[in-house]
Design a protein around this ligand. Sequence first.
Ligand code: APR
Length: 238
Amino acid sequence: MKIVVLTGAGISAESGISTFRDNNGLWEQHRIEDVATPEAFQRNPKLVHTFYNARREQLDNQAIAPNAAHLALVELEKVLGDDFLLITQNVDDLHQRAGSKNLLAMHGSLRESLCSYCKHTGLVKSPLSTDTVCPACTKKGGMRPNIVWFNEMPYYLEEIYAALASCDIFISIGTSGNVYPAAGFVAIANEAKAHTIELNLEPSNQNSNFAEHHQGPATKLVPQWVEAFMRDRMQLKH
Ligand code: APR
């Protein structure tokens, strides 16, 4: 029984991290083309650094912690081991802090830097700026957040497509289904004859492509689904 899970900003909402497209979301406060494209970084690196330094700083706020939905996915992974894969679009570190191991962060991570010149990645220890020197190639001015911007290729796609093509259950949690390639994952899972489930506060753009969908907060729906799955699995074993 192979399960692939995709998460989006909605799974971190109840931990206090704002989503992108809900009311008062991040894209209401900033234009994507000003802060989340390679062109924006070329044009105004200071604005892009300010935007990501502020989002990274928010992660250090003690009040921001993994919630019951993140933790339920860790329990599911403990039971399934390598038959479980978690793909996240999120760049916060809540899945990692919750203890998820089989995790692919396809849009990168706020906690990491990337050198535009030599592609060295490392953990961010202090706010990034145009003066940050790359520890690997010692060049300045090319250091950026290790975040996949619009028009850039997400990470791990080969591994992701292989997992989707061979999974039995695909569960999408807390994503509006607006941004490809993640929005197209349900179609691949359906082609693989997997059972597809959407757990989301409201129907996403891809809602009609799911065999099963439940509306509600992730901290309620995800633990509920995992508990029911574990119960069914126990009954099957006896
Ligand atoms: N529980 C479950 N779902 C929720 C909750 C919650 N508490 N709160 C919000 N949601 C849902 C919303 O209904 C919405 O469908 O989470 C989804 C969040 O959608 P977006 O803000 O569009 O975030 P996401 O889908 O992750 O965005 C995808 O777009 O901006 C890029 O790279 C960025 O990774 C991001 C990608």
